[in-house]
Design a protein around this ligand. Structure first.
Ligand SMILES: Cc1cc2nc3c(=O)[nH]c(=O)nc-3n(C[C@H](O)[C@H](O)[C@H](O)COP(=O)(O)O)c2cc1C
Ligand code: SF4
Ligand code: SF4
Length: 259
């Protein structure tokens, strides 16, 4: 294949990244030049724009937030020109459900000038709890993602570009992911600065990591990355949500793909 394979992702706790890259790995037989476009950090999003063309393919990996596409990523797609390139949304959700996150992304990509040819919903460890979808994507998830990528490559190789029938509703469920909660910092903090470094919204003051501002999107990257377990959502409604998820979303869900 002459064109590019752009792997575009926003992935605060890395599960969407792992999954999108596995899908792209499965598409290796296309022989396309791969572009790794990580939009997680603010500096990568500043002045971001991308223009693709008809012979290109884009894999877009993202977490499901309250059944939707994270707003920060949805807004960035206004800076992308698909130019008729094929697109493959890869939604990663925390073992509850992906609701309308695939149809919303398909619509965003359609508006940006892409042809959506396939889509997949995969599972990642829940941002709010290590006990929901623990350690996913695991080996079986990665294998499924690679196999999905290979199936997409076969479809494209056969010259097929039909739009898949996706699961999800329009109008989409209301966007309820702008949660007004910021993580606290306990006395275990050693001021190592890791949390400020990983925050995708630059919401943590690198000079005083106890200060977290309203740009926080509750992605939990800081909570999961803190080597001292000092960044925490304990005693906030997010902790309550985590307990509800542990009770209600314990049964393992499997990847769903649409071709
Ligand atoms: C604000 C917020 C809302 C979320 N909403 C959902 C949801 O509606 N359904 C679900 O199954 N998981 C939900 N999750 C969990 C993430 O989709 C999941 O953990 C994903 O693997 C995180 O991706 P990342 O590792 O790329 O950040 C939510 C996470 C956050 C932070
Ligand atoms: S990562 Fe944890 S220990 Fe390091 S500065 Fe942040 S809160 Fe403190
Ligand atoms: S401060 Fe908020 S946005 Fe930043 S990493 Fe922590 S939870 Fe995510």
């Amino acid at each position: 294949m002459e064109g590019k394979l752009a792997v575009i992702y926003f992935s605060p706790t890395h599960t969407s990244r792992t999954t999108a890259l596995a899908v792209a790995e499965g598409m290796a037989e296309l022989g396309a030049e791969a572009l790794d476009i990580d939009l997680t950090k603010p500096e990568a999003r500043a002045d971001f724009s991308l223009e693709l063309a008809e012979g290109d393919v884009a894999v877009i990996g993202y977490p499901v937030y309250a059944g939707r596409v994270p707003r920060v990523l949805a807004e960035l797609l206004a800076n992308v020109k698909g130019g008729g390139a094929a697109a493959v949304p890869v939604a990663v959700y925390g073992n509850r459900d992906f609701d309308d996150a695939l149809v919303e992304m398909a619509d965003l990509l359609d508006d940006a000038g892409f042809a959506v040819v396939a889509a997949g919903a995969f599972v990642g460890e829940h941002s709010f709890s290590r006990l929901v979808g623990t350690d996913r994507p695991d080996a079986a998830d990665v294998e499924a993602a690679v196999a999905f990528g290979a199936a997409v490559a076969a479809k494209l190789g056969a010259g097929e570009r039909s739009a898949p029938e996706l699961r999800g509703n329009r109008p989409y469920t209301e966007y309820r992911a702008d949660l007004p909660f910021t993580p606290a910092t306990t006395d275990a903090c050693t001021d190592c600065g890791v949390c400020a470094h990983v925050c995708p919204m630059a919401a943590i003051d690198p000079v005083d990591v106890r200060r977290v501002d309203e740009r926080c999107i509750s992605c939990c990257a800081c909570v999961k990355a803190c080597p001292e377990a000092a960044k925490t959502y304990a005693d906030t409604p997010i902790d309550g949500m985590a307990h509800l998820l542990q009770e209600n979303c314990a049964v393992r869900r499997e990847p769903e793909t649409f071709l």
